[in-house]
Design a protein around this ligand. Structure first.
Ligand code: SAM
Length: 198
């Protein structure tokens, strides 16, 4: 059974809501910005790419991707984080480059084979069903499309090898994994993965 600490963590970071969610959103925007930016760099986005960001929280990665891609859709199950991402990306939304909406890894609302790149930071450990999440993300990727993930290593159940197995079991290929040290005091090791839909 979840204790009070777990519930507070969920309200601040897991599915942010209320005052704790607003505080969590600000902390994430600062603490995870380097990782969000790094994952966008690793994705080597092209001007024609359609991108799906899963669990953007306060939207740092969405904003970074919007400067390089054709179109970016972001889905998050937290109304507070959808609103925070939308505020951060207001200009890109007005320009028709970004869409932010409610959704989650298991139900992105995207059409089959409709995106070139999926990006997700500090998110996989929150999914209730990893296989369902990766099956959905593979469904929405175009053939040859790529998925890049980053997760705080210390919060990743099963570690990188477990993540690699889940991704492989869901039909992805060309899977690569590594760890990365974000800059800054107090930053913790990021477990990262790149994979492709055949
Ligand atoms: C720890 S925050 C990470 C936010 C941001 N990517 C970052 O690293 O700062 C997790 C985010 O994932 C969202 N989330 C929770 N469950 C999810 C799910 N099943 N699918 C997609 N996003 C989810 C939360 O609402 C929250 O905005």
């Amino acid at each position: 059974m979840a204790g009070v600490g777990d519930r507070l963590l969920e309200m601040g970071f897991g599915k942010p809501r209320g005052l704790l969610g607003r505080i969590g959103g600000r902390l994430m925007a600062r603490g995870n910005a380097a990782t969000e930016q790094h994952l966008v760099d690793l994705a080597e986005l092209q001007r024609a790419d359609d991108v799906l960001v899963v669990g953007p929280g306060p939207g740092i990665g969405v904003q970074a991707a919007a400067t390089r891609a054709h179109h970016v859709v972001a889905v998050d199950p937290s109304e507070a984080m959808v609103a925070a991402s939308a505020r951060r990306c207001a200009t890109s939304i007005d320009e028709g480059v970004v869409e932010v909406r409610l959704g989650d890894a298991e139900n992105t609302g995207q059409g089959d084979a409709s995106v070139d790149v999926v990006l997700s930071v500090n998110n996989v450990m929150l999914w209730p069903d990893r296989h369902a999440g990766f099956t959905e993300l593979r469904r929405v990727l175009r053939p040859g499309g790529r998925m890049l993930l980053s997760v705080h290593e210390k919060w990743l159940p099963g570690g990188l090898s477990g993540l690699r197995s889940s991704v492989a079991d869901s039909g992805f290929t060309d899977i690569e994994t590594w760890t990365w040290e974000p800059p800054g005091r107090g930053a913790t090791t990021a477990a990262q993965l790149r994979a492709r839909r055949e």
